[in-house]
Design a protein around this ligand. Structure first.
Ligand code: SF4
Length: 240
């Protein structure tokens, strides 16, 4: 009983620190070329972190990462192989990204963040890893994989495998996924299709993945106020 109370107290303290970190992140304006506002999945106290690339044009409005077509594919993968639906995933996995702001468009599609923007935003990822001490990190797409493996190997050499790495003073496993956007057919044709499925199987079997719902039960619930992005907060205040 005492152990449970100590663990619950530690979880509440971590959640409080994480909430403050996410609140600061949501007001970050370090990169002048990025479109405000930063997108966060919220202060989900989890030992599993998913790292996306950068939000698209729809995500800032929706106020959450992977809110559009790539997200539909990503959550279908997890639903089909790992047996978890989108709302359960969002409630039990901390969702980070290489860059948290929409970079804008170019003639070829979404602008790829610059090296300086990636460096600016990597300090948020360091702080999140230091606080959450993840057991498992899931980088999604080459830009995210590059945050953990250098030089970045071909997708067929990294997807479907588990590696162990260190960052921000923490040691954790990484199981990478390809980017689920419709722009790349890699995950729809062989060997990408089988390797993606193998990666999802590895995630499903990982101890940090299996335990994430247990930690969720010890985490305080987010208030409605905490769920609002700065943009939505402003709109709410104007309504009032
Ligand atoms: S991309 Fe990251 S570092 Fe740059 S303004 Fe957005 S949140 Fe801040």
């Amino acid at each position: 009983m005492i152990c449970y109370l100590l663990l619950a107290s530690r979880m509440a303290s971590r959640y409080h620190s994480l909430s403050k970190l996410v609140e600061a992140l949501r007001h970050c304006d370090r990169c002048p070329q990025m479109h405000f506002s930063p997108v966060s999945g919220g202060p989900v106290s989890s030992r599993v972190i998913l790292v996306g690339q950068a939000p698209g044009v729809r995500e800032p409005e929706a106020g959450r990462p992977f809110a559009w077509t790539a997200g539909r594919t990503l959550f279908k993968w997890f639903s089909d192989v790992a047996g978890v639906d989108e709302s359960s995933f969002r409630a039990t996995v901390y969702m980070a990204a290489v860059c948290r702001c929409f970079p804008g468009k170019t003639a070829a599609g979404d602008r790829v963040p610059s090296r300086i923007e990636i460096e600016n935003c990597s300090s948020w990822l360091d702080a999140e890893i230091a606080l959450l001490t993840p057991g498992l990190v899931i980088p999604v797409g080459k830009l995210a994989i590059a945050q953990f493996i250098q030089p970045v190997p071909a997708l067929s050499e990294v997807i479907g495998q588990m590696r162990t790495t260190e960052r921000a003073g923490k040691r954790f496993d990484i199981i990478a996924l390809p980017h689920p956007s419709g722009a790349s057919p890699w995950h729809r044709i062989e060997p990408g299709k089988s390797l993606t499925r193998r990666a999802l199987e590895l995630i499903r079997q990982h101890p940090a993945w299996k335990n994430r719902t247990r930690l969720k039960q010890l985490t305080p619930r987010r208030t409605e106020e905490e769920k609002l992005t700065p943009r939505r907060k402003d709109a709410k205040e104007e309504e009032e």
